[in-house]
Design a protein around this ligand. Structure first.
Ligand SMILES: [Zn+2]
Length: 181
């Protein structure tokens, strides 16, 4: 996986739903490790910027939300590309205020991944899942964050719903489903 895709998914998927509850992996020690592994400072301000970008990216990917795009534009506004010349030639380095840099890099990562894989960055089709995927399947029909976590579960549910439509299964089939029908 390319680094930009890895960073994008790390940020997008840092707010998973575990046992029906949304948890924030940018919090506490794990959050500190996460941001430092991406070269961040670990400051509270940096994580606030990342949370802001995360929720804007979620909305932008789910529904091309205009307000979300305004937030992303605001986040990247102080960013500058600085030229750097070595014997290998010219390269450009993205710079921004310290607390903002990682959030800017996440937006840049989103931009380069959607440019490379148009229409392939999407939310998991399980409405109770808050994870995202980059669809690398040849037909471009991948729907789940993972087959193990959501694919099989949703398929089993669809199967149960079809079976119920045919023959009235007992309501015990809904146990553990977590969603009132
Ligand atoms: Zn999922």
């Amino acid at each position: 996986m390319e680094q930009d895709e890895e960073l994008l998914l790390a940020v997008l998927n840092s707010e998973p739903v575990i046992d029906g509850r949304r948890s924030d992996h940018l919090d506490g020690e794990p959050g500190d490790r996460l941001v430092r592994s991406w070269g961040g400072t670990g400051s509270a301000g940096e994580r606030d910027e990342l949370r802001r970008v995360r929720s804007a990216l979620h909305a932008a990917i789910r529904s091309s939300d205009a307000e979300a795009l305004t937030v992303l534009a605001e986040v990247v506004s102080p960013a500058v590309q600085v030229p750097h010349v070595t014997s290998d030639g010219l390269s450009w380095r993205l710079t921004a205020p310290a607390d903002r840099l990682l959030a800017v890099q996440a937006v840049a990562a989103w931009s380069s991944v959607v440019a490379r894989f148009p229409g392939r960055v999407r939310a998991c089709a399980n409405g109770q899942c808050n994870l995202f995927l980059v669809d690398h399947s040849r037909p471009g029909t991948a729907k789940w964050c993972s087959m193990a976590a959501c694919g099989n579960r949703m398929k089993a549910r669809a199967h149960a719903e079809r079976a119920r439509g045919r023959g009235r299964l007992s309501s015990a089939d809904d146990a553990g489903d977590g969603r009132a029908q």
